[in-house]
Design a protein around this ligand. Structure first.
Ligand code: CDP
Length: 222
């Protein structure tokens, strides 16, 4: 059977990774969280003291970086130079920094090559901001997953609490909106819906209902 490239794009905490993991598991595909790559870059740039460096310096850092996504696809580990940074890259600080650095064209250029290499064989569900528009504009199936800002902030707050992080719900909302504004407003590969993407608003949908909609479209393309 044909092994598809499936793109899932959308704003922060819209339910992309929940849907992407479930879809990949159902199809026996690999799930790739491209946001984790941007987060790993942010973590690395901070460690190297390079967060305010010019684009070419950041691009060179990313090109020579050893960043890997490994392990159980349902709970992938993010490794930077073999160090497991999976938990450290989920802090609010890294979220904001990844969003800032992801606007740098040299950073995006370096990660573009890596993402295409990871997805080119098909049999993959990739979640991000520009998968269906820039990374794989010819992806077989494209989804744009969104939800109201309040619903997204509620989910992210619950995720943080579940991890034992002491968060403030209002601050979570402000930070998500700030990141969305930056991701949508940037010049290079902004967050936007691909013309041929199916939009799914998950505000009032449970994960099973989201998966069912996705599967219906995927099956029609197989
Ligand atoms: O999990 P969450 O939705 O909060 O964010 P993420 O998917 O982990 O992405 C973190 C940041 O990386 C985003 O705010 C974007 O700025 C950036 N990103 C991007 O520019 N392009 C992608 N394909 C994925 C993430």
């Amino acid at each position: 059977m044909k092994r598809l490239i499936i793109a899932i794009d959308g704003p922060a905490a819209a339910g992309k990774s929940t849907a992407g993991k479930a879809l990949a598991a159902r199809l026996g595909y690999t799930y790739l969280d491209t946001g984790a790559l941007y987060r790993a870059v942010a973590w690395l740039a901070e460690r190297e003291g390079l967060v305010d460096s010019p684009g070419p310096v950041l691009g060179a850092l990313v090109r020579k970086a050893d960043i890997r996504l490994e392990g159980d696809p349902q709970r992938p580990r993010v490794l930077v130079e073999s160090r497991d940074v999976s938990a450290e890259i989920r802090t609010e600080r890294v979220s904001q920094l990844s969003s800032k650095l992801s606007a740098v064209p040299e950073v995006r250029g370096a990660l573009l090559a890596l993402q295409r290499r990871l997805g080119e064989g098909g049999g993959v569900v990739m979640d991000g901001r520009d998968i269906g528009t820039v990374i794989f504009p010819d992806a077989d199936v494209k989804f744009f997953v969104s939800a109201s800002p309040v619903a997204r902030a509620r989910r992210r707050y619950a995720e943080l609490r579940a991890k034992g992080v002491d968060a403030d719900p209002e601050k979570v909302l402000v930070e998500l909106e700030e990141r969305d504004r930056r991701d949508s407003g940037r010049k290079y590969a902004p967050l936007k819906t691909a013309d041929d993407a199916m939009s799914i608003d998950t505000t009032d949908l449970d994960p099973e209902a989201v998966l069912a909609r996705m599967l219906a479209l995927v099956e029609s393309r197989l």
